[in-house]
Design a protein around this ligand. Structure first.
Ligand code: MN
Length: 207
């Protein structure tokens, strides 16, 4: 059985990027609903019991996949954020990769936001790295994650479902993404770059 993760900051800690009402709907209602739904599936499907969240994500389809993947995506999204001014900067090795593959941090920001703007409908924009450390931007629809089917490991994601920003930003997805950029936890991103594997989020969501 899974539960909501503990956020690494108070629920008001991201304001005014994400205000309390936005956080309450997104974390306490949307994210929690995916957890409640997956727990119902686990209750009635013995093959899911004891599996890690990552194992469920890469081996399921349909409603089980949609809920499990959305749990993974949201927890990863929250862990990649931090209060303004606390985010630090990319590690030296991540910065070298950003310079090599994008030309620099400003260019990565521009391409990341552009990728988020071009993600049609509901989805996610991801900064990823392959096994050789090559960076790429990946846009996914609905619940899809980059790492199924041998895809690259995520380093950072922004939720671009309307529910992620509509309370605070209405239809201004661009402003949401630009403000997002100032709240990135670069230690989290750098750790994901250096770990060379998909981050396991299971422990942070099980008792
Ligand atoms: Mn969301």
């Amino acid at each position: 059985m899974f539960r909501l993760p503990e956020l690494p900051y108070p629920k008001t800690g991201l304001a005014p990027f994400l205000n309390e009402e936005q956080m309450s709907f997104h974390f306490d209602k949307h994210h929690k609903a995916y957890i409640d739904n997956l727990n119902k599936f686990i209750d009635t499907d013995a093959s899911l019991k004891g599996k890690s969240l990552e194992e469920i994500v890469v081996s399921s389809s349909g409603g089980i996949f949609n809920n499990a993947a959305q749990i993974w995506n949201h927890t990863f999204y929250w862990f990649g954020l931090c209060p303004q001014g606390k985010g630090g900067k990319p590690s030296d090795s991540l910065m070298a990769a950003i310079t090599k593959d994008f030309g620099g941090l400003d260019q990565l920001k521009e391409k990341f936001i552009d990728g988020g703007m071009k993600t049609f409908g509901s989805g996610w924009i991801w900064l990823c790295a392959d096994a050789a450390g090559k960076l790429s931007l990946v846009s996914t629809s609905n619940a899809a994650v980059p790492f199924t089917g041998g895809g690259p490991r995520p380093l950072l994601t922004a939720d671009v479902w309307e529910h992620a920003y509509y309370v605070d930003y209405r239809n201004a997805r661009q402003k949401y993404l630009e403000t997002f950029w100032g709240h990135i936890n670069w230690k989290f991103v750098s750790d994901n770059f250096e770990s060379n594997q998909v981050l396991s989020l299971t422990k942070s969501m099980t008792a």
